[in-house]
Write a protein that binds this ligand. Structure first.
Ligand SMILES: *Cc1c(COP(=O)(O)O)cnc(C)c1O
Length: 525
């Protein structure tokens, strides 16, 4: 960069310094140091609770003059880093967020330097092709069309095999928007006139989307957002393997037919958020075909099982879906902000395309034509990097490894006499709970006993979380045995490639120690 010219003469040098190309060397070096320190920190959750941090954030006036850089660095060092949750710890086995591959960090600096905006070719030339190509790669993994087909696709401007969006939520919204717009064909243009008009014109009083009770809450959000009504999400109960009950599903479809209720979509779950179960997609595809409805598969979590050698069968039938959601920022180990929805046929998304003369031109390669979002980062380069550096084999190892660790940890739990396995892992998520001594010998745990045990497990999870070294999450589990009501369960999500069985066993050991220090353990009943 040359010295400031007349054009920048009005800028204070303390502002200008942040725009000059060399950047601030001290800051760069310091951030690098902070990153290293963070990566070597064992603490997941620092001592201060959120409530204790709140007073630090009560001052809400934007600084008049920029602070000195040193002050800001201090804040990062003393406040941001220690109080961030260490999601990369091998002992953090309770959520879908975990360690990222190291190449992501320098790549993210490159990407923000390039600052491409995927909304249109004029702000993202080659990144547009990277995105189109990566979507086609994912499409090929799911739907397996011919190489010739994909070759032609890359040069087409009026077709769409998928889109990238901020996450699984928006991917599900986009899929539901397509399902809605493509249903009730021939009544009215739903995007223009609204869904109620289309329903009315086609003689239906109601339209629903059907999913198992384990459907992600983004489905209900989608229905609200799309003006279809959250109450029109029909939940089907699950079987003893936490999969949609096919008999109930068929009965519901028949009931809808008999009562003149329109079905916009059936949604299959591939990797339920709560317990990692996979719906029988093939059977669901049969039903969707029989009843002529859109079939969506929410594989936000489980999509990566496509790369598995031994477990790919869990996704059998996914190739018959009309649309599929996959999250890059879950089991593809990419940073937040990479959701994807893939469409079986290139016309599915036609009904949601938009044009705007100044920005999104018809028959252009502009990816903004189909996406719900406008300006968007070129995050797809992370996926491209991972495909190139890890390859399918790399993903296969990662997925198979976490599933195997989960099943070994579950086995240990099942054999123990103080823990109870609540769901057998189909993949790498499962539920269990601690059974306090007093309840272990009982043949039958009634509702009251279950409530006591639930309260105990809630305390146990809280205590472990606050101690800050180990983490599993917690959810409500609804056993088939209805009289028991919902029970509080501990939830394990295995993703971090550095988590070994021994880490998992330490988490359990720590829970035993905490349990022994809780009074309920010795309570007489
Ligand atoms: C995580 C998840 C979502 C939502 O994805 P976000 O990226 O959090 O928006 C949707 N469905 C399932 C099954 C998920 O696991």
């Amino acid at each position: 960069m040359t010295t400031p010219t007349l054009d920048t003469a009005n800028l204070n040098s303390s502002v200008l310094q942040y725009f000059e190309s060399k950047g601030n060397i001290v800051f760069k070096k310091k951030v690098q140091e902070l990153i290293e320190a963070y990566l070597h920190n064992d603490i997941i959750n620092a001592e201060l609770s959120l409530e204790e941090l709140i007073p630090k954030f009560g001052f809400t006036t934007i600084p008049q003059n920029g602070h000195a850089l040193g002050t800001f660095i201090e804040e990062l060092e003393e406040q941001l880093l220690p109080h961030s949750i260490n999601t990369g710890s091998p002992y953090f086995i309770g959520h879908m967020t975990s360690l990222l591959p190291s190449f992501i960090r320098p790549l993210s600096e490159l990407l923000t330097t390039l600052n491409q905006n995927i909304v249109k070719v004029e702000t993202a030339k080659i990144a547009t092709l990277y995105e189109k190509q990566a979507l086609a790669m994912m499409h090929q993994e799911i739907f397996g069309l011919s190489e010739d087909y994909y070759k032609q696709y890359i040069s087409q401007t009026n077709t769409c095999l998928g889109m990238v969006c901020s996450g699984g939520t928006l991917a599900n919204v986009a899929a539901m928007q397509c399902a809605r717009n493509n249903s009730l064909q021939g009544s009215v243009d739903i995007e223009q006139y609204g869904f109620s008009e289309a329903l009315f014109k086609s003689g239906f009083t109601r339209s629903v989307i059907i999913c198992s009770q384990l459907g992600h809450y983004s489905l209900s959000k989608s229905l609200g957002l799309l003006g279809m009504g959250r109450k029109n999400l029909i939940s089907i109960k699950t079987n003893d393997r936490q999969q949609v009950d096919l008999i109930e599903l068929k009965a519901e479809l028949l009931r809808c037919k008999a009562e003149n209720i329109h079905v916009t979509a059936i949604v299959g779950i591939a990797g339920a958020t709560e317990c990692g179960s996979f719906d029988p997609l093939e059977d669901m595809a049969d039903l969707a075909e029989e009843f002529g409805t859109h079939f969506h598969v929410d594989a936000a979590w489980g999509g990566a099982v496509l790369f598995s050698g031994t477990h790919r069968h869990l996704l059998k039938g996914i190739e018959r879906a009309d649309s599929v959601t996959i999250d890059g920022h879950k089991q593809l180990y990419l940073p937040m902000g990479i959701g994807m929805v893939l469409f079986k046929t290139p016309d599915t998304a036609k009904s949601i395309t938009t044009q705007a003369d100044y920005i999104i031109r018809k028959n252009s390669y502009d990816l903004g034509r189909v996406s719900i979002e406008g300006s968007r980062p070129a995050n797809i380069l992370y996926l491209q990097a991972a495909f190139k550096l890890l390859g399918k084999d790399g993903y296969r190892e990662l997925v198979d490894n976490s599933i195997s660790t989960a099943s070994r940890m579950a086995e240990v739990i099942e054999k123990s006499d103080d823990f109870e396995l609540l769901t057998r892992p189909q993949s790498n998520i499962f539920l269990y709970r601690y059974i306090p001594t007093a309840y272990r010998q009982l043949k039958f745990l009634d509702r009251d006993a279950n409530e006591e045990i639930s309260n105990f497990n809630i305390q146990l999870q809280e205590k472990q979380k606050m101690a800050g070294l180990f983490f599993v999450s917690r959810t409500l589990f609804k056993p088939l045995d209805q009289p028991l009501g919902s029970i509080s369960a501990l939830r394990v999500v295995l993703a971090n490639p550095l988590t070994k069985l021994e880490h998992c066993l330490k988490v359990l050991e720590d829970q035993r120690t905490i349990a022994k220090s809780c009074s309920i353990e010795y309570k007489n009943i």
